[in-house]
Design a protein around this ligand. Structure first.
Ligand code: CTP
Ligand code: MG
Length: 226
C-alpha cells in the first residue's frame, strides 16, 4: 500500500496573512482542500495523513467535513521545523505501507501524472524526488555577495514535492537524522546522507508552492488555464 503524508503545519510567515496560507481560498476552495482532493481521488494512494498545527484543527476538520473525501484523512500534529512535521506524519503511517509520498500542503497543483510517475519510479529506485530544471543561471556567492562560482545549468534542478520513498528507507533516514540532530532542507537530503542514490524526475512548472501573495494570483491563473 502507498501512503501520502501532507505537511500543512507551517506558519506561512512569508504570506503575511492572518490565517495560515493553507486555508486561504483559490476560486472559492481552500488550498489544502485541492491538495487533499488530488490524493483522495488518485487510485494509487491508499492512506492520507495530514500534518497540521494543533491550534488549527478546527479549520482542517471543517475542510474535511465540507468536501466529504472518500478516503479517511488521518490527522497528525506538526512540530517547529518542516522536518519535525514530516517525522510526526511518518510515525502515523500504516506499518504495512510500502511507499510513502511526502507532499507540501501548500502545493495544490500536483497532478495524477506526477503522483503516478513518482510511485512507478520509486518501485525501481527506492527514493525519488520531483523537480524541474532551473531556467535562470544560478550563482554561488559568499557572505559579501561576491560570486564564487557558476555551476553548469544543465545539472541544476529546483526541487518540488512529492518526494517519494520506500517506507522502510525513509523511516530509517528520519530516525538517523533525529539521532544525530541533523536538519536538512528537504526529505531527500536525509536519504542522500544514508548513501542512497535519489533519482530526480520531472515535475511541472505549475506544481508551485504557494509561498507569497503573488503566488495566490499565479495560482488562480493556473486554475483559469485548466
Ligand atoms: N510545514 C510544516 N511544518 C513546519 C514548517 C512547514 O508542516 N514546521 C509545511 C508547510 O505548511 C508547507 C510546507 O511545509 O506546506 C512547505 O513549507 P513552507 O512553504 O516554507 O511553509 P511555511 O513554513 O508555512 O511558510 P514560511 O516559511 O513562509 O513561514
Ligand atoms: Mg517554511
Amino acid at each position: 500500500m502507498n501512503s501520502v503524508v501532507i505537511v500543512a503545519a507551517g506558519k506561512g510567515k512569508r504570506m503575511n496573512s492572518n490565517i495560515n496560507k493553507q486555508y486561504i481560498k483559490l476560486k472559492n476552495k481552500e488550498i489544502i482542500a485541492y491538495t487533499i482532493d488530488i490524493f483522495d481521488k488518485n487510485e494509487n494512494i491508499d492512506e492520507i495523513v495530514v500534518v497540521i498545527r494543533k491550534e488549527e484543527e478546527f479549520f482542517v476538520k471543517q475542510v474535511i467535513n465540507k468536501y466529504k473525501f472518500n478516503k479517511n484523512v488521518k490527522i497528525a500534529y506538526g512540530g517547529s521545523e518542516r522536518q519535525d512535521s514530516v517525522y510526526n506524519g511518518i510515525k502515523e503511517v500504516d506499518l504495512n505501507c510500502d511507499i510513502v509520498l511526502i507532499h507540501d500542503g501548500a502545493r495544490p497543483f500536483v497532478t495524477d501524472e506526477i503522483i503516478n510517475n513518482s510511485i512507478k519510479e520509486t518501485k525501481k529506485n527506492k527514493a525519488v524526488v520531483v523537480g524541474v530544471p532551473v531556467k535562470d543561471t544560478i550563482k554561488v556567492i559568499d557572505d559579501n555577495n561576491i560570486i564564487k562560482n557558476t555551476p553548469q545549468r544543465k545539472y541544476l534542478w529546483a526541487v518540488q514535492t512529492p518526494q517519494v520513498f520506500e517506507y522502510k528507507l525513509i523511516k530509517k533516514a528520519y530516525e538517523k537524522a533525529f539521532e544525530e540532530n541533523y536538519y536538512g532542507t528537504d526529505d531527500a537530503t536525509l536519504v542522500e546522507n544514508l548513501g542512497y542514490n535519489v533519482k530526480m524526475i520531472m515535475g511541472s512548472y505549475k506544481n508551485i508552492k504557494i509561498t507569497t501573495k503573488e503566488d495566490i494570483n499565479f495560482g488562480e491563473e493556473i486554475l483559469r488555464m485548466r
